[in-house]
Design a protein around this ligand. Structure first.
Ligand code: SF4
Length: 119
């Protein structure tokens, strides 16, 4: 089986083709212009992951707080993780890097503030 993918590791967006065997193991990747594309294709074809970024409202703040996961999480977890993050109610003041949720959805990954917010 082959899968057609677009590499999202840089703005070039190389068109990738991934060949899988009958056990869904990756046997060949083509179309990449660099090693990052090979690694992306191997991960994406078998178990896609993404870093989740969101802006969440903070009670009493003038603007929303931008947050992100500290590492990519399985793409299937994104909707439920996003919902869990939206339910967070962080309290001011918040320093950049503050862990707002540890081990979000049992992914082993934390959610942190990406900027400071004092009011
Ligand atoms: S394969 Fe390399 S050059 Fe092509 S989009 Fe991916 S990271 Fe960019």
């Amino acid at each position: 089986m082959t899968k057609q993918l677009t590499c999202v590791q840089c703005p070039l967006g190389c068109a990738l083709e991934v060949c899988l065997d009958e056990t869904d193991a990756v046997v060949h990747v083509s179309g990449q212009s660099c090693r990052r594309g090979t690694e992306f294709a191997r991960q994406e074809a078998v178990s896609p992951v993404r870093v989740l970024t969101l802006a969440v409202p903070v009670p009493g703040a003038l603007e929303p707080l931008s947050v992100k996961t500290t590492a990519p999480i399985p793409r299937d977890l994104i909707p439920v993780a996003a919902e869990a993050i939206r339910r967070l109610s962080p309290q001011l003041p918040i320093a950049a890097g503050t862990v707002l949720a540890a081990n979000i959805c049992d992914s082993g990954v934390d959610v942190v503030a990406t900027k400071e917010l004092f009011r």
